[in-house]
Design a protein around this ligand. Sequence first.
Ligand code: AMP
Length: 191
Amino acid sequence: MRLIILGPPGAGKGTQAAKIADKFGIPAISTGDIFRANIKNETPLGLQVKEVLASGGYVTDDITNAIVRDRLFEDDAEQGFLLDGFPRTAAQVETLDAILAEHGHALEAVLELTVDQEAVVQRLLKRAEIEGREDDTEEVIRERQAIYRRETAPLTEVYSARGLLVQVDGMGSVDDVFLRISEALEGVARS
Ligand code: AMP
């Protein structure tokens, strides 16, 4: 399976991505996780993107595209993958198309977790408080949502036009949402 998971920050993409990856035996590839690991290890890339992540903005396409290209050429991604957090812009959609074409591969589905935005903001505020994420102020949290709406939400139309979009209600418990995703993806695997 070659999949993308879309949804605003706080929709639970990372949690569901890990479960989907486990079920289908494919790697879950999160650009956000790759950036955060580089920041933690203080690599040159980490130092370069640290400020951008803290502000809630997007890392430039040239940096992000290079990272995804390298990652998708690793052996474990040959049989399939689930991308979480990429593509996020129209230009990144084109890059992914080009990478897949080089491999002679195609996407099976683009899963969108639909959520109530205000509920998600409240969830993120609570998490920031509990985990002591001082950088995650309400302003930054709302800015990330606004950037998602502006830059990334339009990608659902692109993938819908290609007949790839699978929308799943992302509200409810982790298990309930995963059940819905599993049912939706079984439909994809059968078709
Ligand atoms: P995430 O964990 O997916 O919410 O990503 C955390 C942060 O990493 C984002 O707020 C961006 O700053 C950066 N990031 C992750 N993926 C991308 C991407 N595809 N394009 C640009 N920036 C990204």
